[in-house]
Design a binder for this molecule. Structure first.
Ligand code: ADP
Ligand code: MG
Length: 750
């Protein structure tokens, strides 16, 4: 170990010298200058001192002040500078994979290095790490997984947990584990970073850990609420005429678009009018939660955004626009709509970008880069652009006021993924994004009274999501009794949620009656997917039909590749129906669509195929790469023979695939009763449920299966099943897991 120590010290020195050489180069100096201009630089010494003197430190500071990119670097620099012999190993967790990747790339660039030298990253199924990597950005899930095999984090010197204000489930979980670990590892340092000022909560959780705040500077941002926006649109007739003129100047294609727009004009006008009426009407109404449910912006959503975007794009003042949307589906459909717009879809005037998790890095760079002169950058993003990603030149923000968040109804044991109102803190955060480089403007697409009724902060995820994966992880980490463990959380979840999760794991056979991990449970905990999807993969391997099952699981964990464009819904639905071949399964339709695409790819016509069939090539590619990673994981876990041919012997057998899907999705089950003119569907928890219109089972006259299994149900006004596969009685009996528990099925039998 003396030799090892000497080698490490030498490498440390080399790293330090290399870094100094870079800092003296012209580019390096420029970068250093930029880094020194960040507000966090002034606090550098104070931060390092606090970290060396305390085991836990809580750091807060406005987004963009340099927490994520700078603080880990300060530690790295001071450690290598001191050449302390024992090499440091810093882990910095991020709540999302995209931020882990983007941030590591940025930090490496700031150090004049390639990724995988001193800075690396690791996210689910992907990563970059080298011999000298000392600073590792990873998702919180990855660190939890590491704790699975290495309970005391041997060799790690610093753990930095970023974005703790978001209160993600994994972060809250990690904090419980780390709190228990700290006394066993007195030299380990824990740094918690937060964008908001509610640091006391975390500080007191760790016995009064010191709090440091990085004071930041932002320009004032002018906030417009819906009523102000509508005031401005009094000019709208004028505005429309300008759009029309614009259309006439251009080619006939543009004119055609302008014509289409003119048709839509009336609908925009009426949408705006409706909104105005609603706003006026309710302005003085009671400011209660009730007013939130009355106000339904979905009906005006896209057209209003389009309208405000036109308003901004016509301004003299340069500056990028950041639009906060609820989710990927919305972003895609809005992008389609805007691209058909004569002004907003004109690439010589507007650079329209979408910002999402599985984006390629070349595309990512466009988001951060300055566009050409005279071109306005518009970025459509989800709430991830609230804090984890900073786009520097944003001057205008449009905030739709909602974010898709998982919520969980413990009483009905129903997970919901719904766009719901954001908190006041989040709205403030979104607004703040406009004031980074100069005074900005923020357009909140909801009335002021709605804002006033927002909650102050968002509920922590631990209190609003199903806890199945988490409970499985607690068991596989051997952390003792699940309920006892979770009672030590920052804000412990409801006992009923915990009970439901344990019961679910028992139904699918991952835990036994005494809450001990079964063989299946142990295998499931090794796969970084939801337990039900993991179960499907394992059974797919056992029953020799892994190929299609991997497609199903990848599809369920990425997103639906079937596109449903806003104005071509019917065409898109019938395109999807072609893949269903009367087998009453969205999952099998997905398998066919994917296989067809693979085939087309082989003949270089993948793109055409997607276009013709309303499929997202990007999603199919993501599914493709996920499939490869699943196979790797399954081999790694010893669940699949290295000789994989064996696993696909029955891949063409649809009955078997259906059975495996049933095994995975159970107890996501609903009963089917074919009535004379309609079909009645019922689940145990919700009673009557409906199918999403883009399911292949929606609108069919009859479903010749007594049951449907589904992955996702969503509560809007009624409960909707997003995806479904028909299964027979015998399949349910044989593959439906522990049916006897809770009389699940018997109460559904009509
Ligand atoms: P914080 O974590 O406090 O929100 P960051 O460390 O992420 O702040 O960012 C600090 C600054 O670094 C940002 O204000 C921005 O100017 C710059 N920055 C961060 N990421 C990038 C990037 N990918 N490209 C260019 N500049 C970036
Ligand atoms: Mg940050």
């Amino acid at each position: 170990s003396v030799v090892r120590e000497r080698i490490l010290r030498q490498r440390s020195l080399q790293m330090h010298e290399k870094q100094q050489a870079w800092q003296e180069s012209p580019e390096g100096q420029k970068m250093l200058e930029f880094r020194r201009s960040l507000p966090s630089y002034k606090e550098r010494d104070a931060l390092l001192k606090a970290i060396s003197e305390n085991q836990v430190v809580v750091v807060s500071g406005e987004t963009g002040c340099g927490k994520t990119t700078q603080l880990p670097q300060y530690i790295l620099e001071s450690e290598t500078e001191a050449a302390r012999g024992a090499a440091c190993s810093i882990i910095c967790t991020q709540p999302r994979r995209i931020s882990a990747m983007a941030v590591s790339e940025r930090v490496a660039a700031e150090r004049g290095e390639k990724l995988g030298e001193s800075v690396g990253y690791k996210v689910r199924l992907e990563g970059m790490k080298g011999r000298d990597t000392r600073l590792m950005f990873c998702t919180t899930g990855i660190l939890l997984r590491r704790l699975l095999v290495d309970r005391s984090l041997r060799g790690v010197t610093h753990v930095i947990v970023d974005e703790i204000h978001e209160r993600g489930m994994n972060e809250d979980f990690l904090l419980i584990v780390l709190k228990e670990l700290l006394p066993r590892r007195p030299e380990l340092r824990l740094i918690l970073m937060s964008a908001t000022l509610n640091a006391e909560l975390f500080s007191s959780y760790f016995g009064g850990a010191p709090m440091l705040h990085i004071p930041g500077f932002t320009y004032p941002v002018r906030a417009y609420f819906l009523e102000n926006i509508l005031e401005m649109t009094r000019y709208r007739l004028n505005t429309y005429n300008q759009i029309d003129d614009y259309g006439q100047e251009k080619s006939w294609k543009m004119q055609k678009q302008a014509l289409a727009l003119r048709k839509r004009k009336s609908s925009i006008a009426s949408a705006v009018e409706d909104a105005l009426e609603a706003a006026d009407f309710r302005e003085y109404s009671v400011q209660t939660q009730q007013s939130l449910s009355c106000w339904n912006p979905d009906s005006i959503g896209f057209n209003l955004i389009e309208h405000v975007l036109c308003h901004i794009v016509k301004k003299e003042r340069p500056g990028a626009v950041l639009v906060f949307m609820t989710g990927w589906d919305d972003i895609n459909s809005l992008k389609d709509q805007l691209q058909a717009h004569p002004l907003l879809g004109d690439p010589s005037r507007v650079l329209l970008l979408a910002c999402h998790g599985s984006m390629a890095s070349s595309e990512q760079r466009l988001i951060f880069d300055k566009p050409e002169d005279g071109v306005r950058k518009i970025v459509l993003a989800t709430n991830m652009a609230e804090t984890s990603i900073t786009i520097n030149d944003v001057v205008f923000v449009i905030d739709c006021g909602k974010a898709k968040e998982t919520s969980y109804d413990a009483l009905n044991n129903t997970p919901c993924l719904l766009p719901s109102w954001i908190s006041k803190a989040a709205a403030r955060q979104r607004r703040g994004r406009a004031g980074r480089v100069q005074p900005g403007e923020c357009y909140h697409l909801y009335p002021r009274y709605v804002y006033d009724a927002f909650a102050d902060y968002q509920l922590p995820e631990l209190l609003r999501t199903p806890l199945q994966s988490l409970c499985l992880q607690i068991k596989s980490l051997q952390l003792g009794s699940i309920s006892e463990f979770l009672s030590r959380a920052l804000q412990p979840p409801e006992p009923l949620s915990v009970k439901n999760a344990i019961e679910y794991l028992q139904i699918i056979g991952a835990l036994d009656e005494n809450e001990n991990l079964t063989v299946l449970g142990r295998n499931l905990s090794m796969l970084p997917v939801e337990p039900k999807l993991g179960k499907m993969l394992i059974l797919g391997a056992i029953f020799n039909c892994l190929d299609p099952v991997m497609t199903v699981v990848a599809g369920l964990s990425v997103r639906d590749p079937f596109l449903m464009p806003f104005d071509k819904k019917d065409l898109a639905e019938s395109a999807k129906a072609q893949f269903s071949a009367r087998d009453y399964s969205d999952h099998l339709a997905l398998v066919r669509a994917y296989d067809g695409w693979k085939d087309a790819e082989r003949h270089q016509s993948g793109y055409e195929y997607c276009w013709k069939n309303f499929l997202s090539a990007q999603t199919l590619k993501a599914i493709d790469s996920l499939r490869k990673q699943f196979l790797f994981l399954l081999k790694d876990a010893g669940l699949v023979d290295r000789n994989t041919e064996n696993c696909n012997k029955w891949s063409h057998d649809e009955h078997l695939i259906r059975a495996v899907i049933c095994a995975g999705l159970f107890p996501g089950l609903c009963s089917v009763v074919n009535k004379e003119k309609s079909i009645a569907l019922k689940t145990m928890e919700d009673g009557q449920v409906l199918l999403y219109s883009n399911s292949v089972n929606a609108g069919v006259p009859k479903i010749p299966y007594p049951w449907l299994v589904f992955n996702e149900k969503i509560k809007v006004n009624s409960v909707f099943l997003r995806d479904s596969t028909g299964v027979s009685d015998s399949v349910l009996l044989l593959f439906g897991g522990n049916i006897s528990r809770g009389g699940l099925v018997s109460c559904l039998i009509p």
